[in-house]
Write a protein that binds this ligand. Structure first.
Ligand code: 5GP
Length: 179
């Protein structure tokens, strides 16, 4: 695709890491005797969730949630609006929130707090990508695919103006795409 400036993660590298994460999660949850519930955050985490569930060999269910931040002015407050909530009850269950990327961490922090109030047995988090240099909220994921530098990335679910989600790799776009 001509708009791509640089490929940060190839499809092969992503697939290999997702396999490792799946194995790790399988090990961590196989003896709990509880039902693991993965909650994918729309829209960006969809490809990651779809690939990850097929690498987890312990029983699981998954659900989807869509959120949006209130905008730039209230971003620092970390208030997030739930646009689509999950259908499953998570009370007493082990929950794993599946995110595409953690940037400031405000979205994930809000999600963890909101879901904890529903009295699950546990809440953990997994993200494919992490930009720790941009962190505002005090939160770090329990499972992390890749630490990346502070650059705006697209592909494998991540968009720019709703485009590029279908790219099989994680990439940086040419500057002219944004202008
Ligand atoms: P946070 O609350 O951690 O700042 O925001 C996380 C959300 O910001 C992600 O779920 C994603 O929607 C968006 N985001 C952060 N960094 C990037 C990026 O590099 N590329 C894209 N496409 N979205 C990003």
């Amino acid at each position: 695709m001509q708009e791509i400036q640089e490929v940060l993660l190839t499809p092969e590298k992503i697939a290999a890491r997702v396999k490792e994460l799946g194995a790790e999660i399988t090990r961590d949850y196989q003896d709990t005797g509880k039902g693991l519930i993965l909650i994918g955050i729309l829209k960006g985490a969809l490809p990651f969730l779809a690939d990850l569930i097929r690498e987890i060999k312990t029983p699981l269910r998954y659900d989807l949630m869509a959120v949006s931040s209130y905008g730039v002015s209230t971003k620092s407050s970390g208030i997030v609006r739930i646009i689509k909530d999950i259908d499953l009850s998570i009370e007493g269950e082990d929950v794993l929130i599946v995110e595409d990327i953690i940037d400031t961490g405000l979205t994930l922090k809000y999600l963890v707090e909101t879901l904890k109030s529903r009295r699950p047995h546990s809440v953990r988090t997994i993200t494919l990508l992490d930009k720790p240099s941009r962190r505002v909220a005090e939160i770090s994921p329990d499972y992390n695919g890749f630490i990346i530098p502070d650059r705006f990335v697209v592909g494998y679910g991540l968009d720019y103006a709703e485009r590029f989600r279908q790219l099989p790799m994680i990439a940086v776009l040419k500057p002219e795409v944004y202008s």
